[in-house]
Design a protein around this ligand. Structure first.
Ligand code: ZN
Length: 189
């Protein structure tokens, strides 16, 4: 089922996600719907907050992007990114590290808005999968950036919070218009 994407201005995007204690059939259905919604929008990541649920749950799939490489290490060895996709991350803990690198980012909750964002180039990730097992990996490149972007969502942090002051000032009219439109739509529903 396609789920509506929550847009900037919806207060749920600022909510920290609750921990998921049990992988219920409802959680499995939500994951399926999140993938369907993400693929329909040609996105590479989606946090539960973006479909209206404040939970520690995110899904990722970087396979559709050909021009921005990702790196993956499992148990200290390089691993195949494609074979590792799609990814479901529950109750995720991350440790970003390495040199700060700048790269373009967008967000399905901010249609048509893009900016360069600086983040550490690598991230160590530990999360629970849909079977309820904890697993760990190290990601870099596009995947490393996407994981950090999505985990920010789980904590109520948005990519506009990480833009430079100048970039955010340049986008102010678009951001205010989006926020106003979202709030107006919420009032109506
Ligand atoms: Zn986003």
């Amino acid at each position: 089922m396609l789920l509506p994407i929550t847009k900037y201005g919806n207060p749920i995007l600022r909510k920290k996600g609750a921990r998921i204690e049990r992988i219920t059939p409802e959680i499995k259905q939500l994951v399926e719907d999140m993938f369907e919604t993400m693929h329909a929008a040609a996105g590479i990541g989606r946090a539960a907050q973006q479909v209206g649920q404040a939970l520690q749950l995110t899904v990722l799939d970087v396979r559709a992007v050909k021009d921005r490489p990702s790196t993956l290490e499992l148990d200290g060895k390089p691993a195949d990114v494609k074979a590792f996709m799609p990814l479901v991350l529950i109750n995720t803990e991350i440790k970003p590290f390495g040199n700060p690198v700048s790269g373009p980012e967008g967000c399905l909750s901010f249609p048509e808005i893009y900016s360069d964002i600086t983040r550490p180039e690598l991230v160590d990730v530990t999360a629970t999968n849909l079977k309820g097992e904890r697993f760990s990996f190290r990601a870099g490149g596009l995947l490393g950036r996407a994981v950090q972007h999505e985990v920010d969502h789980l904590n109520g942090i948005l990519f506009i919070d990480r833009m430079t002051t100048n970039a955010k000032a340049d986008l102010k009219p678009e951001l205010e218009a989006l926020q106003a439109a979202t709030r107006a739509a919420l009032k109506k529903s």
